[in-house]
Design a protein around this ligand. Sequence first.
Ligand SMILES: [Zn+2]
Length: 277
Amino acid sequence: MTIRALLASAFAFALVAPPTAAADLPVFDAHIHYSHDAWANLPPKAAIDVLRKAGIRRALVSSSGDEGTQRLVEAAPDLILPSLRPYRSRADVSTWVRDATVVPFLEDRLARHRYVAIGEFHVYGTDADLPVVRRAVELARANQLVLHAHGDADAIERLFRQDPTARILWAHSGFTDPASVRAMLAKHPNLWCDLAFRSDPGSGGKVAPEWRALFTEFPDRFLVGTDTFTPERWLYVGEHASWARGWLADLPAALAERIAWKNGEALFASVIAARRQ
Ligand SMILES: [Zn+2]
């Protein structure tokens, strides 16, 4: 084979080879909100553009109120995985656990729309055993939905006691330290952790050693996410995806792919399949 032919075949290979560079990593963003105060300045089509330009292959979206999520689903059903947030507005964040009107709200939405999860909701300690939260756990079980819970380890334990078969996505990995996250993952095989809004696991192109150990021990249990908890956060979706690709590149490629998107796809695969039936 001549040099020219060698070069030609190498060039052809480069054209057909699957993308392996970290810069091309698709991202499953497990923590997107499209709440009422974001709608005016960022209409659904523009929000979808932001996600697509960022290389987001799928986004778990929940909104205060749920209408925001429905608008995104309508605009891009292939991209948006809808999660039912028990908040009709931002004001419900801290009161929903004691607000009995949340229950009919959830039941009504579940009857009218399809979801893959209930959450993200905030719950701490003994509040997780209040009747409204118990009903949310029951509804998730009845509808085969993941629970996306932002809370402490005590609350997560209580949710699992109510339904040992629950699948829980622990928002922000509980904002707790790697040793505590490890203990929870070891104890609960149906617990996944999102890494939204924290930079201690990875940042600046590097993964912290204790988190590297955790990712290596539990390669199937971590997901990344932006957390657009205020409208301004939408400006960082692209930046967040690039930043995440940066530190994920510090991991072995197969592990980086799992955390970037494959774990999200796997977690919701059964729910997605059920939605298509
Ligand atoms: Zn959030």
